[in-house]
Design a binder for this molecule. Structure first.
Ligand code: DCP
Length: 679
């Protein structure tokens, strides 16, 4: 969670680094012959030449834009080279871009706190480095200012007909400069060096903004591209915002910006100065109102988070036009593909970073046939995340069914040909580093399917364990299993009305061994390390292959039964699988008929509630208070949104940031928080 800093401490040095036409650069590095040529990267979809997702600066000169399709781009720029995004599992595979982004991050993170903000964007907090430079080796004492730094753009700097570089050099060397400007000058020198290093190490160019906060730095990084940097001295902020069209501010590009223009006559960010904080809060709610009041003054208290890894992982695909999915079986097939990809990434995160994800979310876009109400949004659904492709797919399918039930209304579920799916995506979020200390880890895994409130409590408990317990991995018996009988099971509830429901009940257990094997290999080091620590039960593998409805394992009695784990050839996936099953069995203790009985319910159950990501849930935090599972939109990495199919990105953004949607004037705060108004 980003921490807001008091306004008064705003003498920080923050840089925002943005790679230039990133996917194009990655492709050009693969095929150097493309360098210098008009080039664009197109989506995996051959319709009209595919949708453009990245356009080189050479192509932009011809008027080629990201919104175009390949055929259209060819018309305005016949020489353009169109490169298709790599494909895997019948959909775009962004691995190469993600890895390239990581290369850049590893160069940039050398100089200060670094936040990977998206696949190609990074924030750096260079305050300490700048202060050190100012104390030890201030720019005014430098004999030479590096060429890259002298190419900086400094907002508010008057050139008066003089050579721009001379003026910039003078600004860097100014002895009687404001202290904050001196800090920015140091920051800009550091960033210029870092950008050169990125170029040397990765062959990628990037642009940067250097300012006293994240908002201004981000604004500045896009002002002069490609391969340039822009500095925002505090003295230039008022003027900058005074003339900055609201729509240019990233968060104001949509409905909120339109409301400001239409409802309030606000055309530039500076125009917002006319409104009091109270008035803006009245109009747009507390958070958005305060945020607007602050941005009008160039204030942004968000800290740069020290985070080099993504906050979440996502996998999605669109099905435009005739490709729309119209049967449960086709949805199931595609969810399987998406789950395979997600599972691979989860395992590689586990392997490389020892991190696990706790929440699975499904987004979809759909329309109803012959129905004027078909613009109704397909609700996003979340549930606790279970590892393993089969389990991911089961849960994703359950989430889909729950969403579909809500989308259509329960009486329509299962009737064929009434709906079509045009986009599907799943994401894994609430990613945490596995707590060190076996006892904690075991507790963690065993409870990963609990509600968020419970998980949070457990995390706390884990921390306590780590600090207070001297349990060692090697001599561990899985005490934590004893907790299972007392825990709630959060298996998603399937909506089974209608003929298609049967299909969701047919489980892919036949595939389990194969999938398991593939993933077993991929689990790699982390798996081995954990295995060495834990071992696994020998009977786990056989359990994986059991049909789901026969999952029952002996009920464990709280506090009495300890299961010894023997070292062996089993993997952590088996362990996950086993514990998921255990959770299923634990659900049996709550539901007399075991997990099968949960299939009979429609909608949410007491124990495993599916909660729509609506405004009220984002306001209420990670738990909705009655044990349900909700979702914090700020925990979603923007990278994931960029990875979603273009057609549903905007829709998802609107779900994730509903507070940015304009509200009607005059409504009171109770009205604002009322769930009925937030649907
Ligand atoms: N991307 C995407 N779909 C989008 C937007 C972007 O797949 N709707 C991908 C391709 C881009 C990359 O993300 O190369 C980074 O997006 P940016 O918005 O930063 O744009 P570029 O880096 O391509 O260009 P610029 O130099 O303008 O930042």
């Amino acid at each position: 969670m980003p921490v807001a800093r008091p306004e008064s401490s705003n003498s920080r040095v923050i840089a925002h680094i943005d790679m230039d036409c990133f996917y194009v650069q990655v492709e050009q590095r693969k095929q150097p012959i493309l360098r210098g040529h008009p080039t664009a990267v197109v989506q995996y979809n051959s319709w009209k030449g595919g949708g453009l997702i990245a356009v080189s600066y050479e192509a932009r000169k011809y008027g080629v834009k990201r919104s175009m399709r390949g055929d259209e781009a060819k018309k305005v720029c016949p020489d353009i080279q169109l490169v298709q995004v790599p494909v895997a599992r019948g959909k775009a595979d962004l691995t190469v871009y993600r890895n390239a982004g990581s290369e850049v991050v590893s160069v940039l993170s050398k100089k200060g706190r670094c936040e990977r903000a998206s696949i190609d964007e990074v924030y750096l907090d260079l305050t300490e480095a700048a202060e050190t430079m100012l104390a030890d080796n201030p720019p005014e004492r430098l004999e030479v200012i590096g060429e890259e730094a002298t190419k900086s753009h400094i907002l508010g700097l008057h050139l008066d007909g003089a050579d721009a570089r001379d003026c910039v050099r003078e600004w860097f060397l100014k002895k009687d400069a404001d202290h904050r400007d001196k800090l920015l000058a140091c920051g800009a020198l550091i960033v210029a060096e870092l950008r050169l290093e990125v170029l040397k190490e990765t062959e990628f160019t990037c642009s940067a903004g250097i300012a006293h906060n994240k908002m201004l730095a981000k604004l500045a990084s896009g002002m002069n591209k490609p391969s340039q940097q822009t500095i925002v001295p505090q003295s230039s902020v008022e003027k900058l915002l005074e003339s900055l069209p609201v729509k240019k501010m990233k968060q104001l590009g949509g409905k909120l910006g339109t409301s400001l223009q239409v409802d309030l006559g606000v055309n530039t960010v500076g125009d917002l100065l006319k409104f009091s904080n109270q008035k803006l809060q009245e109009l747009y709610g507390i958070n958005t109102g305060t945020w607007l009041w602050n941005i009008a003054r160039g204030v942004c208290g968000l800290e740069v988070e020290g985070r080099l890894l993504p906050k979440s992982h996502g996998s999605g695909k669109t099905f435009p036009g005739p490709q729309a999915l119209e049967t449960i079986s086709s949805v199931k097939k595609w969810l399987h593909e998406l789950c395979e990809e997600l599972s691979d990434r989860l395992l590689s995160d586990l392997n490389q970073n020892k991190r696990i994800a706790r929440t699975l979310t499904l987004h979809a876009s759909a329309y109803k046939m012959n129905d004027s109400e078909s613009i109704k949004k397909f609700p996003s659904k979340s549930c606790p995340l279970r590892y393993g492709v089969t389990k991911l797919q089961e849960d994703a399918m359950s989430l889909f069914n729950a969403g579909l039930g809500e989308y259509l209304g329960v009486y329509h579920v299962g009737k064929h040909q009434e709906w079509a799916i045009t986009g599907l995506s799943i994401s894994a979020s609430k990613i945490v580093v596995i707590p060190s200390g076996t006892h904690s880890i075991m507790k963690y895994f065993c409870n990963q399917n609990q509600t968020s409130t419970q998980s949070n409590m457990l995390s706390d408990a884990c921390t306590e364990d780590r600090e207070s317990s001297d349990l060692h991995l090697a001599d561990l018996k899985i005490d934590a299993y004893k907790n299972e009988a007392g825990t709630e099971c959060c298996a998603p509830i399937l909506n089974t009305s209608g003929p298609d429901a049967e299909e969701t009940l047919k489980l892919d257990d036949n595939q389990a061994p194969h999938i398991y094997e593939v993933n077993h290999q991929r689990a790699g080091l982390a798996e081995e390390a954990l295995l060495q620590c834990f071992g696994c039960e020998n009977d786990m593998e056989s359990k994986i292959n059991q049909p789901k409805l026969n999952l029952a394992v002996p009920n464990r009695k709280s506090g009495k039964e300890k299961r010894k784990i023997e070292k062996g050839s089993s993997s952590i996936l088996q362990f996950f699988s086993s514990q998921s099953q255990s959770l299923s069995s634990c659900s049996s203790s709550e539901h007399p008929h075991g997990i099968g009985s949960t299939f009979q319910g429609i909608g949410a159950s007491v124990s495993g509630k599916l909660v729509q990501e609506n405004h009220s849930s984002s306001l209420s935090g990670s738990s909705n208070g009655d044990g349900g599972w909700s979702y914090k939109s700020e925990e979603i990495d923007p990278t994931v949104l960029n990875e979603l199919p273009l057609e549903i990105q905007e829709e998802v953004r609107a779900w994730l940031h509903p507070q940015k949607q304009p509200r009607r004037r005059g409504s009171d705060i109770l009205h604002y928080f009322s769930p009925s108004t937030n649907k």
